[in-house]
Design a protein around this ligand. Sequence first.
Ligand code: NAD
Length: 506
Amino acid sequence: MHTLDSRFEGSWINGSSFAGNGDPWEVINPADSSVVATLTLATPADVAYAVESAHMAFQTWSRTVPAERSALLHALARRLEERAEEYVLVESAQTGKPFRLCREFDIPGSIDNVSYFAGIARNAEGKASTEWVSNINSSIRREPIGVIGSIAPWNYPLQMAMWKVLPAIAAGNTIVLKPAELTPLTALMLAQDCTHVGFPDGVVNVVTGSGPLAGEALVSHPEVAMVSFTGSTKVGKRVMELATAGIKRVHLELGGKAPFIVFADANLEAAIHGAVAGSLINSGQDCTAATRAYVHESLFADFVTGVNELFAQICVGDPQLDSTDIGPLVSIAQRDRVHGFVERARSQGATVHVGGESPSEKPDGVEGGAFYPPTLLTGVGQHWEIVQEEIFGPVLVVLPFNSIEEGLALANDTPYGLAASAWTQSVVISERAQREINAGTVWINDHIPIMSEMPHGGFGGSGFGKDMSTYSLEEYTRIKHVAVDVTGEVKKDWHRTIFRDNFPEA
Ligand code: NAD
């Protein structure tokens, strides 16, 4: 397995590697439990140093022109292309993702994000400057906000870092990012590469630390002007409470429980393939993964048979092998958590068609990993936890429905609203699904694809705020109204409200 060189001590602050003053921390490869890197965690004082560095850097970075920021982002994209294979190795080692997923999705997707933000850094749209009131010309200044405190999860470590860092710095902010402590390495490589290509010291800082210590210190720091968080709904609530106390702008990308609705007229084969790919991507550790399939009763039995057959053929194994379809979960703890959901559903009477075996059974030839097989359940109730709560593993539940209204109502019946898909060949059903599904992304006849140009973000328990697209760039700016008197007169018309007609002589 790839081991990281010794440049990383724990954090990257003010343009240099920085050994934190906290506890030692091992980054573990969940495919074989080997140690990938040993770091030192950041303490709240270390986080404060990072925020101060970002605050200092903001004074000059916020005055750079968009073309300057864009040129550095273009240079960063080229640097990432040169190091792409190294990113693949490290991303896979810290997460257990198959090389294939890293090579075809995580790393190219991240590079595309950088190129995209290099482009839109030079695009600031807004209202026309005009005289809304006589003799006063109004215009809008779009300004960076300040130091952004960002916290990211472990499921797509590099992509999540990109979604936080890129719009922030493209808009002229500086940032302190706390990646998940399980998977900090590619975020550290990103910060290192930002320094390498010429971003000034302090513009991009990464602190590796625990959520309760480093995360809360970051969110609460008075110099942090905006908090952007991606992670679970539970932690998101805590982050929002802390940010509210400091009256900070908040951006929350939280959990999901995406429905996958197969209407009676759907192309069944396409839906079966879509459900397998959409539920198993990244071993199901995807906030938009298909987790609840609602299938019209006329197709239900054939859908279950089809998914069952394909699930049984999925190769769970060594992330380095081309023959591997899905790797392990991110940790033994996550594997046990996922298995707990399956066991509780089984004890409530669910039917487990495939998978759901004791997690101590390992795929052939792989020892010590956090593997879990694709698992398909039916016979579950809409209000069971396995249907309502985020599992974050390769587990799909299938429930029947018998009318369009019922399918849409069941799909909307969780606290989440991140993503959903509808499978139909009818224009009318497709339009109804687009209108009535309560989710930030609605796919029709597909499930999962994302693109840099379009926003990603949820409603309700899935949070608010958008990642990627021009919408995210806007979120990392503040709007200032500037109103300028165009007359040069001493006595303005509206001063009558104070002086009536008795203007004193100047
Ligand atoms: P998590 O909420 O446990 O942790 C996320 C981050 O928060 C980590 O960096 C963690 O260290 C930090 N953290 C934990 N406690 C904290 C605290 N008290 N204060 C501040 N920070 C704290 O989530 P996870 O298990 O790392 O990731 C999985 C979750 O992320 C899932 O719920 C998934 O849906 C969500 N997610 C959402 C999106 C999206 O775009 N909506 C994308 C990816 C992942």
